[in-house]
Design a protein around this ligand. Structure first.
Ligand code: SF4
Ligand code: SF4
Length: 160
């Protein structure tokens, strides 16, 4: 069992990563109605999928992320192996808030290089005051990976 505990983090419940709970969508700016901001007010009845199944990369026992990277504390919610590119596992980081703090993003980029895991990360549009349901998607990794992400987006294909 992981020694890391979620609470008081509710970053996934708060919609920073898009989820659907009992038919109700949560996304940036629209939390699950059961989120109290520090926990769940219907914990005993939370569904298996996604609530009991979902584990961000930080809370997993095998996590490569530092202790201080609980999503609400570091400003990024990481999903490991969100997709695969040329046989490499690609991680996804979404901001908990408008953008991933620079210090956090730098560490994620260093880990991506060290562990040979290309990174896709999202940031809200700095020119907009509203929280977009689908933030801007950026890539960090080999030039061919970055080009592939651009091509996928240009073709309107889903990356994960
Ligand atoms: S984002 Fe991770 S640490 Fe935070 S509540 Fe969800 S699974 Fe737990
Ligand atoms: S039902 Fe509870 S555990 Fe599930 S997303 Fe909502 S607040 Fe989180």
């Amino acid at each position: 069992m992981s020694s890391r505990a979620c609470q008081p983090c509710t970053a996934c419940c708060d919609g920073w990563v898009q989820i659907k709970v009992k038919g109700c969508e949560a996304y940036p700016g629209k939390p699950c109605p059961h989120s109290t901001g520090t926990g769940c007010d219907d914990y005993e009845n939370r569904p298996v999928d996604p609530c009991q199944k979902f584990k961000c990369a930080w809370v997993k026992e095998s996590s490569a992320l530092p202790d201080g990277f609980r999503p609400d504390a570091c400003g990024a919610l990481v999903i490991d192996h969100a997709l695969t590119w040329q046989g490499l596992e690609v991680d996804l980081a979404v901001p908990v808030g408008r953008e991933i703090p620079e210090k956090t993003l730098n560490t994620l980029m260093q880990l991506a290089e060290k562990n040979m895991r290309p990174l896709i990360y999202q940031q809200q549009d700095p020119n907009s005051n509203v929280l977009e349901k689908n933030p801007l998607t950026l890539a960090y990794g080999p030039p061919a990976f970055q080009q592939w992400v651009l091509d996928q987006q240009a073709q309107g294909k889903k990356l994960w």
